[in-house]
Write a protein that binds this ligand. Structure first.
Ligand SMILES: CC(=O)N[C@H](C=O)[C@@H](O)[C@H](O)[C@H](O)CO
Ligand SMILES: CC(=O)C(=O)O
Length: 311
């Protein structure tokens, strides 16, 4: 099994936003349209219900409706990883079983948040999810938001299980990323989290990336990934710099997701507003986002010429 994991799962994954109607309810038709828009961009798959997907701001029924819509739309065309982490273990297990029943390719989870849990509690939490399905499991490590530091010892114990195939490394240290790869071994997948460091993460051993801003520029991240794989270091670095100007711009709005969702709406893909407490974009920001959208589209067209074909 282990050898196939790398080829089955390595690659670029959009951490997909959720889509709501104008009243803020999960809108399955909109979710499907958004998921469909990523087919043929070159991405390997979708990561559903994570940070960008606002899974922790939704109740279990809403999360299930998002997952069902994505899987009905793109199952078999894109690899779908479902984030099932919820604060209670029971709810996480329920979501894990649901993801399996509906044909997800893998599940993933953050630790339970709010309580400052000892490592043994987080381990138990994850273990219940792992044991509840036959699906591969990917740890979601994002210490700057969860406060949980994944130790080398716990990672080692987790990676030693056949079902635990990888870690999404959203911490900012590429040294730690490299250590995770070393602990997990060559067949253990490490996904780069910080989009701003995609290239750095790949150089230090990441097998791909899962990121929120990929959702508004998937082709650019696929181009970056290909430049890295083809050994075109200077071109890859130049593209990462251009991408980072876009990300820096996106991070200047009241919420990153509000800005990204507005960009999508400019392309005819309506996903509603982010959920409070994540702030919506304000009308005073519309003009600058229209300009940013044109910049992204120009850059995408530029790179489509030389690197846009799916390899
Ligand atoms: C902290 C956080 O949410 N990190 C995300 C995932 O790892 C990234 O995709 C960022 O949203 C992105 O790098 C923009 O800073
Ligand atoms: C960014 C990311 O990976 C997430 O939104 O889950």
């Amino acid at each position: 099994m282990a050898e196939n994991n790398l080829s089955k799962f390595a690659g670029v994954y959009v951490a997909m936003y959720s889509a709501y109607d104008e009243g803020g309810k999960v809108d399955q038709a909109r979710v499907r349209k958004l998921a469909r828009s990523y087919v043929n961009t070159g991405v390997k798959g979708l990561y559903v219900g994570g940070s960008s997907g606002e899974g922790i701001l939704q109740n279990a029924e809403e999360r299930k409706r998002v997952v069902e819509a994505v899987l009905e739309e793109v199952k078999g065309e894109l690899t779908v990883i479902v984030h099932v982490g919820a604060n209670s273990t029971t709810e996480s297990v329920e979501l894990a079983r649901h993801a399996e029943q509906h044909g997800a390719d893998a599940i993933s989870a953050v630790p339970s948040i709010y309580y400052r849990l000892p490592e043994s509690a987080v381990e138990t939490h994850w273990q219940h999810m792992i044991d509840s399905t036959w699906l591969p499991f990917i740890i979601y490590h994002i210490p700057q938001t969860t406060g949980f530091q994944l130790s080398a010892a716990l990672l080692g114990r987790m990676a030693g299980q056949e079902k635990v195939i990888g870690v999404k490394m959203s911490g900012e240290s590429t040294f730690e990323l490299q250590q995770f790869k070393e602990i997990g071994g060559p067949d253990f997948l490490v996904f780069n989290g910080p989009d701003e460091q995609f290239l750095a993460g790949r150089i230090m051993g990441a097998d791909g990336g899962i990121g929120g801003t990929y959702g508004v520029m998937p082709e650019l991240f696929c181009a970056l990934n290909r430049l890295y794989e083809q050994g075109q270091r200077e071109e890859a670095q130049a593209l990462q710099v251009k991408i980072n100007r876009i990300i820096k711009n996106l991070l200047s709005y009241p919420s990153l997701y509000g800005a990204c969702k507005y960009l999508l709406s400019l392309r005819g893909i309506e996903t509603g507003q982010p959920r409070l407490p994540l702030l919506p974009v304000q009308s005073s920001h519309h003009d600058s986002l229209v300009t940013l959208n044109s910049e992204i589209e120009e850059l995408t067209a530029q790179y489509a010429g030389s690197y846009g074909e799916k390899s």
